[in-house]
Design a protein around this ligand. Structure first.
Ligand SMILES: CC(=O)[C@@H](O)[C@H](O)COP(=O)(O)O
Ligand SMILES: NCC(=O)COP(=O)(O)O
Length: 238
């Protein structure tokens, strides 16, 4: 069974656009779990443009499913994760100015660094995952870091599948197969959506978890807007 972890970054983006507390990120996390989500993911960035470090602390007491914090392990992020102690930390090599995550780790080049941070989190009983491109050498490199899991970076799959190229699944399936053989858990995320999630999950062996945010929030808007318009119209009827 593949777990669905809902990434709530976009809820914080909407909140921050008005400066108040609507929508409320903590309430949203409570609600998605109530509706069946099996995890909550956040990705605080150093500029705090969506999820803030304080949100990460506030969410700790309400996330009773799996709490996954993603980010680049700069010192402030490492300190935050060690303070909050989520279920899982996912390490992502983000550039500070990146609009969103746009690459996996070079697990060979950054092996020593990854070993250090991963062992520190594991000493504190926090499961680790590292964001990787679907490249076999990078999966072998990930194994060398001691990480518990990998997260396959699925942007390319999502893009290609949207164009009708089903063969784009192959490198992901091959990497998942190798990870399974090596004893690494397999997560996946980025641009997964209602359009591609069934095909992706059916073709990836041993897929433990997907984290989905951008498309899930957009789909919630599209699928909810008719209902909300009707509710407004009812209230406006004299
Ligand atoms: C790690 C990853 O794949 C990203 O999708 C990320 O968690 C989303 O971050 P943003 O919401 O900042 O785009
Ligand atoms: N790890 C990926 C994630 O949390 C969500 O990515 P996206 O669905 O917002 O692209």
């Amino acid at each position: 069974m593949t777990k669905l972890s809902v990434n709530i970054n976009k809820i914080a983006t909407l909140r921050n656009s008005r400066g108040g507390d609507v929508p409320n990120v903590v309430q949203f996390a409570k609600d998605v779990q109530e509706f069946g989500a099996e995890g909550v993911t956040i990705h605080p960035r150093p500029d705090e443009r969506h999820i803030r470090y304080q949100d990460a602390r506030d969410l700790k007491s309400v996330v009773y499913t799996e709490y996954n914090i993603e980010g680049n392990p700069v010192k402030s992020f490492v300190d935050l994760v060690l303070e909050v102690r989520p279920t899982q930390v996912t390490l992502v090599p983000d550039a500070e100015d990146a609009i969103t995550s746009n690459a996996g780790w070079d697990t060979i080049k950054h092996k020593d660094f990854l070993i250090d941070v991963i062992s520190e989190f594991q000493r504190n009983n926090i499961r680790t995952s590292i964001f990787v491109d679907p490249v076999l050498e990078q999966i072998e490199g990930a194994k060398e870091t001691g990480t518990d899991r990998i997260e396959l970076y699925t942007e390319d799959f999502a893009h290609q599948y949207g164009l009708g190229n089903e063969s784009a699944i192959k490198p992901y399936a091959d990497c998942a197969e190798l990870a399974n053989q090596l004893g690494l858990g397999v997560n996946a995320g980025h641009d997964l959506s209602l359009d591609n999630i069934k095909f992706f999950s059916e073709n990836i062996p041993g897929l433990l978890e997907v984290s989905i945010g951008h498309a899930l929030v957009a789909e919630s808007l599209y699928l909810g807007v008719e209902n909300v318009i009707q509710m407004y119209l009812r209230k406006l009827k004299k």
